[in-house]
Design a protein around this ligand. Structure first.
Ligand SMILES: C[S@@+](CC[C@H](N)C(=O)[O-])C[C@H]1O[C@@H](n2cnc3c(N)ncnc32)[C@H](O)[C@@H]1O
Length: 315
């Protein structure tokens, strides 16, 4: 990570661990180990989200691409938080004879490098220009007049609380021009028996993924989090549709973050809030898109109706 990124990470660690209840932002999950663990999560039988969205692209690719309405136009295809791009490549199969540049944005340089290599190898005719950065920062600089399609998949939007998601979509809409499209993947509300295992798999990969953030703080800031003294503790509030990831302290303890000259005490049972993964319905989709100037063009569902990709057009 560069110095600026590290300084922001340090500031967020200090802020997050000094507040009550303690919190750490999920955007720091994705170092090289975190990226690899997330790829493993996407292949878990319990993590239905990836399979559902993949199925949508596999079965409805042509309808989605027709909805982009970019035929004959030279356009930019942005993707926010692209990750490993497996699903995107499935969608790109439908854009083989179209003029466009694929511009994935990701905070993880490892993810961007891998994705660029993968696209060049598997789809050499596609022009790809990866951008490493925070999507909020990259978005602020997007003032191209070229037609745009923006992909924001995997229900990544659900990692924001509704009011933040609404602010995010307002900002996004401001960098879009009339006719530009947004394809937004959202996970839908469903019973706890389906949702909770997706965040608490039997093989313990999601637990490793969450706890890896403590390892990352140990490595980057010379801290002494003992991973045996914390556990991954996810919850699902079925009524509100919030899957919440926490790390819980198993004992009373103090952690020293040497490079930041900070000490933090944890009580037995105290939780660090890591991430929300919002599950949506029509009302919550309307709530996060109100006053954004984004109109729904179509909704694409998987066969079980677990997941939805919503296509919006900027007015
Ligand atoms: C949960 S993965 C999802 C990947 C992909 N969208 C998918 O549907 O499979 C989230 C990705 O977003 C990236 N990411 C998370 N927060 C970010 C931020 N604030 N700015 C840029 N990228 C971010 C991570 O590095 C990671 O690759």
């Amino acid at each position: 990570m560069d110095r600026v990124g590290l300084a922001v990470f340090a500031e967020e660690v200090i802020q997050g661990l000094s507040t009550e209840p303690k919190r750490l932002s999920s955007k720091w999950f994705y170092d090289e180990v975190g990226d690899d663990l997330f790829v493993q999560i996407m292949k878990l039988p319990e993590y239905y989200l990836t399979d559902c969205e993949f199925q949508i692209f596999e079965q409805q690719r042509q309808n989605i691409i027709e909805g982009f309405d970019m035929s004959g136009k030279d356009f930019d295809l942005y993707e926010l938080g692209a990750g490993d791009g497996t699903k995107t490549l499935e969608l790109l199969k439908g854009l083989r004879n179209v003029e466009f540049t694929y511009k994935p944005i990701d905070i993880s340089i490892h993810a961007i490098n891998n994705l660029e290599r993968r696209v060049s190898r598997e789809m050499p005719n596609i022009q790809v220009e990866g951008i490493q950065g925070e999507y909020f920062d990259v978005l602020a600089e997007l003032d191209s007049l070229k037609p745009k399609v923006i992909l924001f998949m995997g229900s990544n939007i659900g990692n924001l609380m509704d009011s933040q998601a609404n602010d995010f979509l307002k900002r996004l809409s401001r960098v879009m021009n009339p006719g530009d499209k947004l394809l937004l993947g959202v996970d839908l509300k469903k019973p706890s028996a389906i949702v909770l295992p997706a965040y608490n798999d039997a093989a313990g990969i999601t637990a490793k993924f969450n706890l890896n953030l403590l390892t990352r703080i140990n490595l980057e800031f010379d801290a002494n989090f003992d991973l045996h003294r914390f556990r991954h503790a996810p919850e699902y509030d079925e009524e509100r549709g919030w899957a919440l990831s926490y790390i819980e302290s198993l004992v009373d303890q103090e952690v020293h973050v040497k490079a930041l000259s900070k000490r933090y005490s944890f009580k037995k049972g105290e939780k660090i809030f890591m991430e929300v993964s919002r599950k949506y319905d029509d009302d919550t989709i309307s709530a996060i898109t109100q006053n954004t100037s984004l109109d729904i063009v179509s909704k694409f569902y998987d066969q079980q109706k677990y997941f939805c990709d919503v296509l919006f057009e900027k007015q």
